[in-house]
Design a protein around this ligand. Structure first.
Ligand code: EPS
Length: 390
């Protein structure tokens, strides 16, 4: 069974539902561990008032019994507290009291315009409610369960903010280990205190002028075995699958592995990671994949997020109802969500890795998956020449 997942829910609807299938039976899970990830996602300097309203917590609906997975689809529910204020606007009944809070002035950069035309909606709220990053709550819930599975195999995923609003952080080498407690200690999830101060100042300045900011997050996965993914077909290549998963996060516009775009500017001798005795690598410029497969080195992925498209000082648009020039809709929103995006990107990486681990090691039960994993690791060790690492 392949790991697959889906989500449902509108930003100001009743709640969000996450369904995750293909996690083997016998994995110990707890709502507390999932909720801890949801809490991390809610944080970050520059978030709007909505995060003061919500207090995201899952309720298990299916797939878990006595603290263990059953191998059946896992369903989780997160109620939207803000629903209380939106019941009449978002009511599913055919005859709500009135269709209030309509959006007819599409925001440049948002799904509003293309979605309204494609789905033939007069009210862009029918589009924006689902395009909202609120949906990522459900992804992070699925990612949290995936992380628990990966932990069983010694795989650990973390992230930190490398850039925000044009401020570039000096990334410490080596990175703190474990990474997340150190990153989470910063309100912008940045490991460079000087850059953190400047990022906060720029967020304050952007807020004062009704503007928004983007940035870059780095995600690391440690302990990933060699050989996840495959070189044989385009849709099995793990680098491509990671890129697709992370690019699907709202407002993410670029994904790099290792050197990424920088590799295009260097000579081959300055890009590739030489193979040393014991199959060790002196460098990890590839970022943990070669030929669409993991190398056994750390997976290093960077995701670039554009500034949020809801501006309090709005850009020009055209009213959907009248066709007249207008100012885009401005609603309560975040100045930046880059720190949260790192947590979401961790979840997407966790889901893709859990899926790839499931493909490689199969198993309906965790014990079976572990046996397959141990056998494969022994096979790889037997192929690995002994030798001093120079
Ligand atoms: C969002 C707008 C804001 C954000 C929201 C994404 O919500 P609201 O319109 O209710 O103020 O806070 O993000 C979340 C609710 C969340 O949980 O991440 C948007 O338009 O995309």
């Amino acid at each position: 069974m392949t790991v697959r997942w889906t989500t449902a829910g509108e930003s100001h609807g009743r709640g969000l539902v996450a369904i995750l299938e293909g996690i083997p039976a016998g994995l110990a899970v707890s709502a507390a561990r999932v909720n801890a990830e949801l809490k991390r996602r809610m944080g970050g300097y520059g978030r709007g008032a909505r995060m003061k309203i919500e207090s995201d917590q899952i309720e298990w609906l299916a797939g878990v019994r006595a603290g263990e997975t059953l191998g059946s689809p896992i369903a989780m529910l997160v109620w939207n507290r803000d629903w209380e204020h939106w019941q009449d606007v978002m009511a599913p009944e055919a005859d709500p009291p009135e269709r209030r809070r309509q959006v007819t002035r599409p925001r440049p950069g948002h799904a509003d315009l293309a979605g309204s035309l494609k789905y033939d909606r007069r009210d862009a709220r029918d589009i924006l409610e689902r395009a909202s990053a609120r949906e990522t709550v459900a992804r992070v819930a699925c990612g949290a369960v995936s992380k628990l599975l990966l932990e069983q195999f010694g795989i650990e995923i973390g992230s930190h903010v490398a850039e925000l609003g044009g401020v570039v952080a000096r990334v410490p080498t080596p990175l703190p280990q474990p990474l997340n407690p150190a990153a989470d200690a910063s309100v912008v999830r940045c490991l460079d205190p000087e850059a953190e101060r400047e990022m906060i100042a720029r967020i304050d300045a952007a807020k004062a002028t009704g503007d928004t900011l983007g940035g870059i997050v780095e995600v690391l996965a440690l302990g990933v075995p060699v050989g996840l993914g495959s070189h044989v077909s385009w849709d099995r290549k793990l680098d491509g699958r990671l890129a697709q998963a992370v690019m699907s996060i709202p407002a993410v516009k670029g994904v790099e592995l290792g050197l990424g775009f920088e590799a295009a500017r260097r000579k081959g001798s300055e890009v590739h990671d030489e193979i040393l005795p014991g199959f060790a690598r002196a460098t990890n410029r590839a970022g943990g994949t070669e030929g669409g497969m993991t190398t056994g080195e750390a997976l290093v992925l960077r995701a670039a997020m554009k500034p949020i498209s809801t501006l309090m000082s709005p850009l020009k648009t055209v009213d959907l109802a009248t066709g007249a020039p207008a100012q885009a809709q401005s609603e309560r929103s975040d100045v930046t969500a880059v720190p949260a995006m790192g947590v979401i990107a961790e979840a997407m990486v966790a889901l893709v890795l859990a899926q790839a681990m499931g493909e490689k090691f199969g198993g309906d039960a965790l014990v079976e998956m572990k046996r397959n994993y141990d056998g494969y690791q022994a096979q790889v060790r037997a192929r690995t020449p002994k030798g001093a690492v120079s």
